[in-house]
Design a protein around this ligand. Structure first.
Ligand code: NIG
Ligand code: FE
Length: 421
């Protein structure tokens, strides 16, 4: 659904600019415009700038005559809709016991080795009906919308077998009609080694390449292919083999890289020209530099580092060395049972050394770039989708300053008011 809308009386409009990822120093170059206005036609921004400008005044006058909806922002701050470019929100069951085991010192991978972790969620997701997954997904999307997420990426990876992976991806597809949020589907079959292939992970990768990837491609069920490249899960050779096969079929490439241990996944992302490499807690400087050269977006997931009590990914150093950094939630039932965008802002600024400007760019334009959508959303400027938020705050600085609080009061998607808090 698209709409016509004028947003008038914006106290401060804050947005990155551009139709591709902002890298390095560019990430701090936000437009911050006082007394701003935005005009949206057929879902697309046709004007974004100061309110006093004659073009805006003319559009406002015309809107009043034509009966176009005018939203009075009442001097609130306005930012682009948030892009959560890395989530695992389609699953059944929960793992709260593991949270407390980890709190008492049991490592994430140790729980996995003992048969807990991802494989537990695989079991509950295999046992869930499509209707159950749909209804769980719908509830989670509602909470995303309330926090101002207008585009979200959703990974499979809790089925591992063909039927359940397809059930997850078909649920994602069905949910697109039940929410105003744009959902970008990613196939993550190589998320863990399923019990059926426990003795032979190479054979599982071969099965995926021969039977699953072509099926998903033919049904257009996923835009990206992702893999958990981690010690004890899939190694670099298997990751390369899988990602190259996915690329040949036309999938965009993503990789869970260097999350728990250094594996060289970031370097592999650079070698293969992946659209993003995600996590990167243990990535080497050399591999990060190669990512910069290859134009791979570095997706950092601070809520996961926080929950696992691991050191944060070196996002400050990444930006200083010229990389494009995106931030996302990684929402999942294990390593990060949190959808909190406000907490991401706080952690990015307080513990990762990002400025508010950089954090906002990371959660909007660069998130869009990591999904191949920077030409259509992620910033407020002419030609982009009318995806924007009004905040219960006079400036965008409050996004971090008001620690952990949801300040979103109004969500506009494609020029339509889709949520008021
Ligand atoms: O991104 N690391 C792999 N996948 C998820 C965790 C999934 C889970 O624990 O269920 C992550 O952290
Ligand atoms: Fe993840």
């Amino acid at each position: 659904m698209t709409g016509n809308l004028i947003v008038a009386n914006i106290g401060e409009l804050a947005t990155p600019r551009g139709f591709a990822a902002n890298t390095g120093i560019q990430m701090s170059h936000l437009d911050r415009i006082k007394a701003a206005g935005i005009a949206i036609e057929d879902g697309q921004i046709v004007y974004c700038g100061t309110e006093a400008e004659s073009e805006f005044q003319a559009r406002l006058k015309l809107a009043k005559v034509a009966g176009t909806q005018v939203l009075d922002a009442k001097a609130k701050a306005c930012v682009p809709g948030f892009i959560d470019c890395h989530t695992h929100f389609i699953y059944a069951g929960s793992r709260e016991d593991e949270f407390f085991w980890r709190a008492r010192g049991l490592p994430y991978m140790e729980i996995h080795k003992r048969g807990g972790g991802i494989l537990r969620t695989v079991e509950s997701t295999r046992n869930a009906s499509s209707d159950e997954l749909f209804s769980l997904g719908k509830t989670r999307l509602a909470s995303m919308l309330a926090q101002g997420i207008t585009t979200v990426e959703a990974k499979s990876g809790y089925g591992l077998d063909l039927d359940t992976e397809v059930k997850q991806l078909e649920t994602i597809d069905a949910l697109r009609f039940a929410t105003p949020i744009d959902i970008v589907p990613t196939y993550l079959g190589p998320h863990a080694i399923p019990p059926e292939f426990a003795e032979d992970s190479d054979r599982y990768i071969d099965f995926i390449i021969q039977d699953v990837l072509p099926f998903i491609k033919a049904r257009k069920l996923a835009a990206f292919a992702d893999i958990f490249c981690e010690k004890g899960i899939f190694d670099i050779g298997q990751s390369r083999h899988y990602l190259q096969a996915a690329e040949r079929l036309g999938f965009g490439l993503k990789i869970h890289a260097d999350e728990i241990e250094h594996m060289g996944g970031a370097g592999l992302a650079a070698e293969l020209g992946a659209i993003s490499a995600d996590h990167l807690l243990k990535a080497s400087q050399e591999d990060l530099a190669a990512m910069g050269q290859a134009g791979v977006v570095a997706v950092c997931l601070p809520l996961t580092a926080f929950t696992l009590r691991e050191p944060y990914a070196p996002a400050r150093a990444m930006i200083d060395s010229g990389l494009a950094v995106a931030l996302a939630s990684d929402f999942n039932p294990g390593s990060c049972y949190s959808q909190s965008i406000p907490l991401i802002f706080a952690l990015a600024v307080l513990y990762m050394g990002l400025s508010l400007e950089e954090a906002l760019t990371a959660l909007t334009l660069n998130g869009a770039a990591s999904l191949g959508l920077a030409d259509s959303t992620g910033s407020l400027e002419k030609g982009k989708a009318g995806d924007l938020l009004l905040l219960d705050a006079p400036s965008c600085d409050y996004l971090a300053y008001n620690v952990g609080m949801n300040l979103v009061s109004t969500v506009v998607k494609n020029g339509v008011i889709v949520r008021e808090n």
